[in-house]
Ligand binder design. Structure first.
Ligand SMILES: Cc1ncc(COP(=O)(O)O)c(C=O)c1O
Length: 403
């Protein structure tokens, strides 16, 4: 959790600015706020890092992806291709808009593959909700080509991939709209927070209004006369935006440290028999929040997780450790355990989630081991961790470990 590692005077200063003038609301109150607009500043900082034309901060990353989908025109009855490996928020966002998630295969990028999208699409499929996992990115040239061929709207959940780029372009900006999360576990955190991005002015205007009950915000105030769309309350508070602002300014520094530490760990583990790495579609663009590697089979991965636990080293497998990121843990989805009936139950779904077979995704996630990268590690700590992980893999593979 790199963002949380660097909490300090910068976050304190931004929060105190807000507390001192007492305006916790992001809109209006111009006279009292002494020129303090933290949400606006946070949005500008995100635009600077990502190159997005428009950014709109909201309460969390789940809200941001729901807004991205809605502002892109996804709604009741629309079929949306989703990955089986993501935080459940991406699927919930589709479901709670009344749309129908259609699962497709991921590949060694840990993201949806173009081939998976082509196989899963039906004549009724309207969009793809692509999720860039673990700080990396999907194979964007191939994904864009598949979306173009199939005439699908692309929306990107880059909740885990703020400050990751593919061929110089930020994840989240390839499709109609995208989202990032600033929750407690991300490269930069506000405790809770999220942001919507797009290069399309019309989509931005809808998102801006939709996230605040349909109010238009001309001049950053809250126009009461015009309501371009119905919406809901997904607003962020100035306090959260203040923390997000301080954290976002640290992202280039965090990213650089992460990349250095990940590189060192990768070099150590590359020497270990049986280890191969998740594919980064553009290694230069990796935000390096996670090291993801594969073992030859799921049984070896399972044994490695057991050895890592025994050694107190950490690391996890999204299949065997209940991280709630893979479809095999989503019984509530399979059984439609919801507070109230969802359109998918009324309209039907071309897939039966209970019996759905996704062998490639099972194989990829089953063999995967992930480690969160810390930006404050010393070289010695990285070296010790690398040797420790390597030894656990060797024990799991039945190869003698070294000290
Ligand atoms: C891919 C992805 N999308 C969305 C979210 C939801 O973000 P938040 O926790 O800010 O609502 C997460 C959170 O982990 C995530 O990993």
């Amino acid at each position: 959790m790199p963002g949380t590692e660097l909490f300090g005077s910068e976050e304190r200063k931004e929060i105190l600015d807000v507390v001192d003038n007492g305006v916790l609301f992001r809109y209006g109150h111009d006279a009292q706020r002494n020129g303090i607009w933290k949400t606006r500043e946070f949005e500008e900082e995100v635009k600077k890092i990502t190159g997005a034309k428009y950014a709109h901060a909201v309460s969390n990353g789940s809200a941001a992806i729901a807004i991205a989908l809605a502002a892109s025109g996804i709604g009741a009855g629309d079929e949306v291709i989703v990955p089986p490996f993501t935080f459940i928020a991406s699927i919930e966002a589709v479901l709670f808009l009344g749309a129908i998630p259609i699962f497709a295969e991921i590949d060694e990028t840990l993201c949806l593959s173009a081939e998976g999208i082509r196989k899963a699409a039906t004549p009724k499929t309207k969009a793809v909700c692509l999720v860039h996992m673990c700080g990396g990115m999907a194979d964007m040239d191939a994904i864009m080509q598949a979306c173009k061929e199939l005439d699908l709207i692309l929306v990107e959940d880059a909740g885990q991939a703020f400050a990751s780029f593919y061929k110089g372009k930020a994840t989240g900006l390839f499709g109609k709209a995208g989202s990032y999360s600033f929750d407690f576990f991300k490269i930069a955190t506000a405790g809770e927070g999220g942001i919507f991005v797009t290069d399309d002015e019309a989509v931005y205007k809808i998102a801006d209004a939709y996230s605040d009950h349909g109010h238009n915000h001309e001049g950053n105030n809250r126009g009461m006369e015009q309501h371009p769309v119905l919406g809901f309350n997904y607003r962020i508070s100035e306090l959260h935006a203040a923390v997000a602002l301080a954290q976002t300014r640290k992202v280039p520094q965090i990213r650089e440290a992460n990349r250095k530490n990940k590189q060192m760990l990768t070099e150590i583990l590359a020497e270990t028999e049986g280890v191969s790495f998740a594919r980064i579609a553009d290694p230069e663009g990796d935000s390096a929040t996670f090291l993801n590697f594969f073992l030859p089979d799921t049984e070896t991965a399972k044994r490695t997780v057991a050895e890592l636990n025994k050694a107190g080293i950490g690391g996890f497998n999204y299949w065997y450790t209940n991280m709630y990121h893979f479809i095999n843990q989503w019984d509530h989805l399979k059984n439609m355990q919801t507070a109230a009936k969802l359109p998918v139950e009324i309209l039907g779904c071309p897939q039966d989630y209970k019996t759905l077979d996704l062998p490639k995704s099972q194989e990829v996630v089953g063999r995967l081991i992930s480690f969160g990268i810390r930006c404050t590690w010393t070289e010695e700590e990285v070296r010790m961790l690398g040797v420790g992980i390597s030894n656990c893999v060797k024990l799991a593979m039945g190869v003698p470990a070294v000290g």
